[in-house]
Design a protein around this ligand. Structure first.
Ligand SMILES: [Fe+2]
Ligand SMILES: [Fe+2]
Length: 329
């Protein structure tokens, strides 16, 4: 059996067979007709919901846990699309591994974005010493280069290989705009850059290949502070203790109301940048995956997608040309 193209299979009533990957343990729910299983297949095209209604079928997943399976599915629709699994068994094909399924962000895109952020922040005064220390931290042998490969989340935003570094770099680009808009922040350019770079670094311990790691429950804020403590002396020597304590406050407080409350302005600013970046990425990924006319989002109910590709084209020299709105002196 070959890897199932879930995007192609995503059609109501369509029956398909192939190999799929379950990265996170599905949950069991109770409905009118007894228990059923709810889970997601992970593929290079993203996550796809599935359900298994009969216990004799989902018991295979309960017995074998996460991993690669051969399935027969049928497309179903009720409050959104999902696959109903009709047959499932463990895949024994030695030529297929989980790395064939993990979605990833193109390395070239990450590298270009990273260079752009560093260039902008250099021009705004971030010091060479600050970058050097950050480089040492992300190359720490304990994390085995995983800052640049792990995802930023399991669900919702940048839940792809390279997602953690991608999310972090996009935050650095937003920081650059904030520094330009608020010159009084420039004196803290090193502190804010350093704090953003390490705010989620503990995710390398919370996740492993886009799934919860063994000790996921000691969350990334706790693990980030623990990891950065290895660099306490180096940070204090280069900057001072205030800098080190401020960085700790950012790591612990960057989730705002959804974690320890921010205790410094730096933590509050990084929290706002984090929220802007992750929410924007999350909603765009959601829109991209669904391709529906409108879709349910969070507590807001139905929202309309961006009209990408739906603007009517206007002749370049016409007065309505969009350009004209931006180029009038
Ligand atoms: Fe975080
Ligand atoms: Fe974050």
């Amino acid at each position: 059996m070959s890897i199932l193209d879930l995007k192609q299979a995503q059609e109501k009533g369509k029956v398909s067979q192939g190999t799929v990957f379950i990265n996170v343990l599905p949950s069991i729910r109770t409905g009118k007709n007894g228990e059923f299983m709810v889970g997601q297949f992970l593929s290079q095209d993203g996550q796809f919901d599935f359900r298994i209604w009969e216990e004799e079928i989902f018991s295979t997943v309960q017995a074998n846990g996460t991993g690669i399976y051969d399935v027969e599915v049928i497309g179903a629709e009720y409050n959104g699309f999902y696959f109903t699994v009709r047959k499932i068994e463990v895949c024994h094909n030695p030529e297929i591994s989980k790395y064939d399924f993990l979605p990833s962000i193109p390395r070239e895109q990450i590298n270009q974005n990273w260079k752009r952020a560093v260039r902008k922040l250099n021009a705004l005064g971030v010091s060479k010493d600050c970058w050097n220390l950050l480089e040492e931290i992300i190359k720490d042998p304990e994390i085995k280069g995983r800052f640049t490969t792990e995802g930023a989340a399991i669900y919702y935003h940048d839940n792809k290989i390279g997602g953690l570094v991608n999310h972090t770099i996009k935050m650095l680009n937003i920081l650059a705009a904030m520094l330009e808009n608020n010159p009084e922040l420039l004196e803290c350019a090193d502190l804010l850059t350093f704090s953003i770079m390490v705010h989620d670094i503990g995710k390398v311990f919370e996740y492993e290949d886009l799934a919860p790691a063994k000790f996921w429950y000691a969350n990334h804020r706790v693990r980030g502070i623990e990891f950065i403590a290895n660099y306490k002396d180096a940070i204090i020597e280069l900057f001072d203790e205030t800098f080190y304590r401020q960085v700790q406050s950012v790591i612990s407080g960057h989730h705002g109301d959804y974690g320890d409350r921010p205790t410094t302005v730096a933590a509050a600013i990084v929290h706002y940048i984090d929220t802007l970046e992750s929410q924007t990425t999350g909603i765009l990924q959601h829109m991209e995956n669904l391709k529906d006319d409108n879709f349910k989002f969070g507590d807001w109910g139905f929202i309309e997608p961006l009209p990408i590709g739906r603007f009517k084209s206007v002749p370049e020299d016409s007065p309505e040309a969009l350009e004209a709105y931006f180029t009038t002196e």
